[in-house]
Design a protein around this ligand. Structure first.
Ligand SMILES: Cc1ncc(COP(=O)(O)O)c(C=O)c1O
Length: 404
């Protein structure tokens, strides 16, 4: 087995390239742009750093052994979340991935079961197939529409026949809200109502991957509990828009959480004096959650600037921007998302002269033609202004190149 950073700066694992640093990233490491470069990191809301209040909470929160249920800060966080979500109980877990894994396993208790998920869902695409490996649960996908929903007639068509010995039984349906790959879309309440009815009719449980549920609540101006009344369980991440360093929470019935506690321990997620991380999560709920609307406003601001200066080389769906995720689509065959992101991360001599400063924007190529920009707590209005300034310059440059 060979893990290494090769000469070409690719992280290689068992002969497979996991991640390739582009030239600009390498150059930045070798030759930092300049000492007064403004870097705006829009790759994800997971890059957020803890606030001073969170660091203070790490130091001052009372702790105990949480596997013995003796950490008062964890207990406080769990009770607070259960109330906020309108559920019986909640459980602090290390990550969103583990939260989803535990939740699906807690719903699919016996073997030979299947869960329905969206074709673009995080559970299906980005959780390393953990449910197959550790949970023994087969995932079956229905086509995700651009708004993060799916067609319930299509879902109905893939429900298994419980009397057919050749088929696993469908036990669960999963939703994602907001929907990451669909650009931070918020699922409409009408869809949630239909899913709840569908689940009842087919005797299924319903789990919501609500990694960014609070962004959905802010967008809808509703309490999280209003949204969650339609599902049996939820997972939510503190480590994204809420700016915490680590941690997620899952919530559901007492019975669900009691099973989840066993599963968390089995998966190695039982934590001890973890009030040091539950404390910041409480701070995130109290202080960052009410400010998420700013991330949404700023996302819209950047999207509007891109739309108005697109020079027809890129496209954004302005009306489809609900929360803090912005997808930028490349419309010309000679540009792809990686090129766009590389260019945003680079500063040319000519650009330095015209903009009179070095601005480095980090985005994520999400697919060949789509780049993702995510707003979050560490991006203030000054950084938004710099982002817009840089984007205008780069879009114009791309248009000039395109017209050559
Ligand atoms: C929608 C969604 N669900 C789950 C996760 C997993 O969270 P974690 O990275 O904490 O495992 C993510 C992470 O980006 C996500 O975007």
């Amino acid at each position: 087995m060979k893990n290494c950073l090769t000469a070409s700066r690719s992280l290689v694992f068992r002969g497979r390239i996991l991640f390739t640093m582009n030239r600009n990233m390498i150059e930045r490491q070798l030759h930092p742009l300049s000492t007064n470069t403004s870097t705006v990191d829009l790759r994800s809301d997971t890059v957020t750093t803890p606030t001073q209040e969170m660091y203070d909470a790490m130091i001052s929160s009372p702790v105990g052994d949480d596997v013995f249920k003796e950490d008062p800060t964890v207990t406080k966080l769990q009770e607070k979340c259960a109330k906020l979500f309108g559920k019986d109980a909640a459980l602090f877990v290390p990550s969103g991935t583990m939260g989803n894994l535990i939740s699906v396993m807690a719903h699919c208790q016996s073997r030979l079961l299947e869960a329905i998920v969206g074709s673009q869902s995080h559970i299906l695409l980005y959780e390393v197939g953990g449910l197959a490996h550790f949970g023994g649960v087969q995932l079956r996908s229905v086509h995700n529409k651009a708004d993060g929903t799916f067609d319930l007639d299509e879902a109905s068509g893939i429900i298994r026949n419980k009397d057919d010995i050749h088929q696993p039984s469908t036990a669960l349906i999963c939703l994602e809200n907001t929907h990451n790959k669909c650009g931070g879309k918020v699922l409409p309440i009408s869809f949630l109502e239909q899913v709840q009815e569908f689940a009842k009719k087919h005797d299924l449980k319903c789990h919501m991957d609500g990694a960014r549920l609070l962004n959905a609540a802010i967008y809808m101006d509703r309490d999280p509990a209003d949204i969650l009344q339609y599902v049996d369980s939820v997972s939510l991440c503190f480590s994204k828009g809420l700016s915490c360093p680590v941690g997620s929470i899952i919530a559901g019935t007492h019975d669900f959480i009691s099973r989840a506690r066993w599963l968390r321990k089995a998966l190695g997620g039982g934590m001890r004096q973890i009030g040091v991380l539950a404390g910041p999560a409480i701070v995130g709920l109290d202080t960052i959650y009410p400010k998420l609307y700013l991330d949404h406003q700023r996302t819209k601001q950047i999207a509007t600037a891109i739309h108005e200066n697109s020079c027809e080389v890129v496209e954004v769906d302005l009306d489809g921007i609900h929360t803090n995720i912005l997808m930028v689509h490349m419309t010309k065959s000679n540009f792809d998302a990686a090129m766009f992101c590389n260019r945003l991360a680079k500063v040319t001599d000519e650009e330095r002269q015209i903009l009179e400063e070095d601005i480095c924007i980090l985005g994520l190529p999400f697919s060949n033609k789509t780049a993702r920009l995510v707003l979050h707590h560490n991006i203030d209005q000054n950084k938004v202004d710099k982002t817009i300034k840089k984007l205008k310059y780069v879009l114009k440059e791309m248009a000039d190149k395109n017209n050559l």
